[in-house]
Write a protein that binds this ligand. Sequence first.
Ligand SMILES: Cc1ncc(COP(=O)(O)O)c(C=O)c1O
Length: 385
Amino acid sequence: MNIFENTPSPCYIMFEEALEANLSILKLVEDEAAGVSIICALKGFAFWHSFPLIKRYLSGGAAGSLHEARLIAEEMRCEAHTYAPVYLEEEFDAMLLYSSHLTFNSLSQYVRFKERVEAAPKKVSLGLRINPEYSEIETELYNPAQPGSRLGILSEAMPPHLPPGIEGLHFHSLCENDSYALENCLQHFEARFGHLIKECKWVNMGGGHHITRNDYNIEHLISLLRAFKTRYPNLEEIILEPGEAVGWQTGVLVSTVEDIIENRGLKIAMLNISFSCHLPDCLEMPYKPAVLGATSPTPESKYVYRLGGCSCLAGDFVGMGDFAFSEPLEIGDRIIFDDMIHYTMVKTTFFNGVKHPAIGLITREQEFLLLSQPGSYEDYKAKLS
Ligand SMILES: Cc1ncc(COP(=O)(O)O)c(C=O)c1O
């Protein structure tokens, strides 16, 4: 019997065995490279039901917001490595409490908050995110090293020595990349910041390492990391924070055909999911998701369908192309989207743990009336699982 026939629809479904297989690979890198910590970036994988399992294999979690840092504390039972493009005045002290490491995106944020770190009841190791100005990412939406980037400090803006209290440097400029892209990136990082790396206790090499993909050269990664450590014996820790590699190919989104429409020969299967609401990265990037049992149409394909979302957005299908099936689709058929458990699932909820805005109105008397405030931690946690 098809396992997906009796689940709710729509439904994200994760396969624990696949997750554990990914975690074993990541753990192997940690063990073999020695002195390297691999932590799970929640912005890419926030399926917190499995955080205790993750903690059995990996060294912890990377947070990009207060909600993510607290989720790491509650469900992984450890302190977060925290980096956010901006820290919020009202959240900063709590952020420190949940963090072992905290990285600033700019020197101005460091100056603004450093006294609060000194006054904190516990030590937090501080870092700066730098911009190596090198990346092999082809999609600008995902490229932190693009000209004019707001992510990370440029080499010419850095002082000749690490500012007081800074113990680490952080870069993130990979996305679904192999170890050879990391090798090239390290060359640029070292050429621009080598003198500062020598003053660090730790370096965080961000995410985007596609370590669990079949063709990833793990031996090459391990040798790169070992050689990097040999060049900088001052480093106590090297950190990698993949998200996607943790959740890569670990599950699906189940959906159902609710109607079939024809428009001048084009067949459109209307689904009970929306690309805009549930798979936003398909439209953003855009990319064509894999659908179990479907292929890209050829001139010989007999049963070709466009898969349409159920929202009113006119383009709630755009950029993906059509899909060929081996039999005609019928109302009630299940359509299973593959590999939906990392970014897709997280973006459906509070992506990166970023709070949703409150909702209010200005009354006729010109007074502000707060109607709702849906950004609480409980809201965030309850939208995941
Ligand atoms: C700072 C930082 N760390 C880690 C990650 C995780 O990257 P990935 O999920 O591609 O491994 C990201 C992704 O955007 C990031 O911005």
